[in-house]
Design a protein around this ligand. Sequence first.
Ligand SMILES: Cc1ncc(COP(=O)(O)O)c(C=O)c1O
Length: 377
Amino acid sequence: MRKKTKMIHGGITGDERTGAVSVPIYQVSTYQQDEIGKHRGYEYSRTGNPTRHALETVIADLENGVSGFAFGSGMAAITSVMMLFQAEDHILMTDDVYGGSYRVMTNVLNRFHLEHTFIDTSDPELVEAAIQDNTKALYIETPTNPLLKVSDLKKMAEIASKYNLLLIVDNTFATPYWQLPLDLGADIVIHSATKYIGGHSDVVAGLVVVNSDELAKRTHYIQNSVGAVLGPQDSWLLLRGIKTMALRMEAIEANTNKLAAYLQGHSQVVAIYYPGLPNHPGHAIAKKQASGFGGMISFDVGSREKAEQVIERIKFFTLAESLGAVESLVSVPAQMTHASIPRERRLELGISDGLIRLSVGIEDANDLLEDIEEALQ
Ligand SMILES: Cc1ncc(COP(=O)(O)O)c(C=O)c1O
């Protein structure tokens, strides 16, 4: 099955009993047992729920993995994956990861002695040099949020296999429509499904896909033990979102290319970050490892004041955290998504006060272009 077909026919589709074309929402917590300990596949919805299971099956199919797992948010997914490790284990992480991932490592999981080092994973030599005796995993975000830095997943997989590390990839920005980390050697893929997979700004969810039965067993054990599961209604919203993901991703990328080309030459734009632009440092790798460049652009207008002026004037880009929806969104990472990272550290990473991040939607590109043009004047 090709990927567009998989989005419609992958995983579990419809309902065998009634012929319903859409998977029903099994709004249920517990299941009748035929005898003590003899059930029909489901016993309690934290352990397994048919609607969630349909979603978990289709995401595993889309990512070419062995098993999928749905969580109550992207952060619940990330934290649950971190529960695969133990105190004194060390994780090497991309340095400009999503602010929430930074926060959970530095302010929560550190209290349980899970160690971490943030490193520029676009440079394989730095990664290899940072490996310690207790390093157990490489955790990569590519492209990153908000600077759209690209890491070479094949190179990361080579390093991971050389040092016997798990390779974990946050594939939120690229989506399985454009990038398949497991095919490139990753062991675990994570999504904030709140973004492109849901696609309509109406659900908060996280997904994990693993590449082996052994990891599947361990991940299910954690999912069931920790219990940060996704409910049936939200699982169904994601099932619906996935059906139109191909169309949305194509439309979003077409719009993004036009906006990136416009912004690149603009006199008010000090810097632009979009992996689809040939002069982006990660362009060649992004082109090699993904079939599309996604719908995120960040650009720097030089100062906090100018960024605030743009935000005040812009009409069709809703000022909001989050990304990946049909409607275009705009944010100022330094004051919003990445505010939890200390300013000094943000500046070190290149997340300047004048940085504006766009999540491009599926509106008419001409309206979006005119809107940006007016806001930048
Ligand atoms: C790349 C990335 N990973 C993870 C998350 C966390 O996901 P959630 O907000 O669904 O918990 C986000 C949220 O913005 C994100 O952008």
